[in-house]
Design a protein around this ligand. Structure first.
Ligand code: NAP
Length: 320
């Protein structure tokens, strides 16, 4: 587990943007389990954050000064400001966002990387469709809560797995899942057997470990297992792989990982579709907003203790 000693607050002067750069005032930071992986000194899809470097973070900001032709002061953008109050960022990595279309924090959640992960994981990798039984772990969290609602929109039957009775009530009553399984108080394998009598067609895995094994043991024929994440393993010394993997053979099933950024070129289309569902009230998102950049160390830990609902966001500053 990361701890408070891993972090240092440093004051530095804000510098002028160079050609092609934009100076941002950071407004909202997206708090993501991936941050834990970026802290590991090992090969991954991005280089690790080095000791002494600014912690990498996605977020939403306001343009203060621009030397990039696409942006001017007052624009709102999403990008990668890092855990800092102001950031000079390559303008080519930023996307302009519209605060009239949706409140700014939604661009860190349902209309940002989180929502895209749910959308492409569920539809491209999971191929979820009407009549499928779709099981989603970390169902009350940022990605899981959106994935569950998208599966409902597609006409699937949805089973969410979450920790504790309050989260399960939220998953069922607020998010509209058909069933919620409390992995802290129930035997997940047995509950899946009861609630998925014809087996699981799509398992959207956010957690890995024992829950992945329980789902593999309950697959339907030709099931799709979407490896979105494995948060139960992110702080583990010995990562535990699935022991039930032979069920993939028995059920002629497919298990596939994906990285949301591979779908970057298609974000616009997905965001428009999701924005329409938001407007129509078919899709809801909850942002759990913590005020103050100094609360980053303790807020990151809440992802692993589960002390949040929906998308965990830090409000660094209010828009001008
Ligand atoms: P999140 O679900 O909002 O937060 C993490 C949740 O995981 C916690 O609230 C907690 O919920 C659950 N959890 C934590 N430790 C657990 C454990 N040991 N066993 C079971 N559940 C545990 O986070 P998120 O941002 O939506 O991310 C969800 C997953 O998607 C993560 O694995 C993340 O790495 C992955 N992801 C992948 C991509 C990609 O491109 N592939 C992109 C974004 C995110 P409970 O209280 O219910 O336990």
């Amino acid at each position: 587990m990361p701890n408070a000693q891993n972090w240092r607050v440093v004051d530095e002067p804000v510098h002028e943007p160079a050609d092609g750069e934009v100076l941002l005032k950071t407004l909202y930071l997206s708090i993501d389990p991936a941050m834990r992986g970026w802290m590991d000194d090992r090969p991954s899809y991005l280089p690790p954050v080095g000791t002494g470097e600014v912690m990498r973070a996605l977020g939403v900001g306001e343009v203060i000064a621009s030397k990039h032709r696409n942006f001017e002061p007052g624009d709102y953008v999403s990008g990668m400001p890092g855990v800092q109050t102001f950031a000079c960022v390559d303008g080519n990595t930023l996307t302009k966002i519209d605060p009239e279309l949706a409140p700014l924090p939604k661009y860190t959640s349902v209309l940002g990387m989180t929502g895209m992960t749910a959308y492409f994981g569920l539809f491209e990798i999971g191929e979820a469709k009407s009549g499928d039984t779709v099981v989603i772990s970390a169902a009350s969290g940022a990605v899981g809560s959106v994935a569950g609602q998208l599966a409902k929109i597609a006409g699937s039957r949805t089973v969410g797995i979450a920790g504790g009775p309050e989260k399960c009530a939220y998953v069922r009553d607020e998010l509209g899942f058909d069933v919620a399984i409390d992995y802290r108080n129930e035997n997940v394998y047995a509950a899946l057997r009861t609630h998925c009598p014809n087996g699981i067609n799509v398992y959207f895995d956010n957690v890995g470990g024992e829950i992945l094994d329980a789902c593999l043991g309950n697959l339907a024929m030709h099931a799709r297992v979407v490896i979105c994440g494995a948060i139960s393993q992110y702080n583990a010394e010995d990562v535990r792989g699935p022991s039930n993997y032979m069920m993939l053979l028995i059920k002629r099933a497919r298990m596939e990982g994906f990285l949301v950024s591979d779908y970057y070129a298609e974000y616009g289309k997905a965001a428009r579709e999701m924005a329409a569902w938001l407007r129509e009230g078919k899709l809801h998102s909850h942002e759990d907003i913590v005020e103050g950049i100094d609360r980053f160390p303790e807020t990151l830990l809440r992802l692993f203790t589960g002390e949040h609902l929906g998308k965990l966001v830090i409000e660094v500053a209010k828009p001008s």
